[in-house]
Design a protein around this ligand. Structure first.
Ligand code: DX5
Ligand code: ZN
Length: 215
């Protein structure tokens, strides 16, 4: 069975504690946290201080997606804030292999994120150091965009790559996921689907139930 990772970016920040509580009550296991720096992506979201503040509110796995340049400069701050998994973009650092080790040395799981246009080949010599792969199905920076259909094939190929590697790597997909397309994404081989704007609508609980029926 696949899991749903709601993206906090789409939550109502005036009611953050309450919204996290709904996810707790619905037994959601992963919370996706989108960090944007206004450089790597043309938008700014939140950083380690917000993550630290919400850490005591939940035991959900903090699935931290760094959309920042030179992520190595901030890894320690995100680990200290209570991140469980830290994923950086391969396009944002010169030393992805070293960074994976640094994240693990800080006691977190380590993952790499690929923009829609980045080929899977960049993962070839990193597979044995990866806990997670995050495939972007929109260009990162904003919630509420449309799923790029070609990514379905990339998910299938990535699934094959993981299976043939023999390593235990979680495959996550992020961007434009809705109840109407989630089944095709999971069928393609995704383990963990991120959904922001579709989940944090008028009836969060009902939406979560719909997702779990489909995945
Ligand atoms: C995009 C973020 C996504 C985004 C998903 O840069 O990484 O996690 O919040 O939002 P939706 O589900 O609305 O596309
Ligand atoms: Zn994300």
């Amino acid at each position: 069975m696949a899991e749903l990772a709601p993206s906090l970016l789409a939550a109502d920040f005036t009611n953050l504690g309450e919204q996290i509580n709904i996810l707790n009550e619905e037994k959601i296991k992963y919370l996706h946290l989108d960090v944007m720096d206004g450089h790597f992506v043309p938008n700014i979201s939140y950083g380690p201080s917000i993550i630290k503040q919400i850490r005591p509110l939940t035991t959900m796995v903090f699935d931290v997606h760094l959309m920042i340049d030179e992520p190595e400069r901030y890894i320690e701050d995100f680990a200290d804030a209570g991140s469980d998994t830290i994923m950086f973009h391969v396009e944002a650092t010169k030393h992805p292999h070293r960074l994976l080790q640094q994240i693990k040395d800080l006691g977190c799981k380590a993952g790499i994120t690929l923009n829609p246009g980045t080929p899977l080949e960049v993962l070839e010599y990193l597979m044995e150091d990866l806990d997670q792969i995050l495939l972007m199905s929109v260009n990162p920076g904003f919630g509420g965009q449309s799923f790029i259909p070609q990514i379905l094939n990339k998910i299938k190929k990535c699934r094959e790559l993981i299976d043939s590697s023999g390593h235990d790597i979680l495959l996550e997909v992020d961007g434009g996921v809705k109840t109407k397309n989630v089944k095709s994404i999971v069928d393609a081989g995704c383990d963990l689907v991120v959904s922001g704007s579709d989940v944090f609508g008028p009836d969060i609980r009902n939406k979560i139930h719909q997702y779990y029926k489909l995945i």
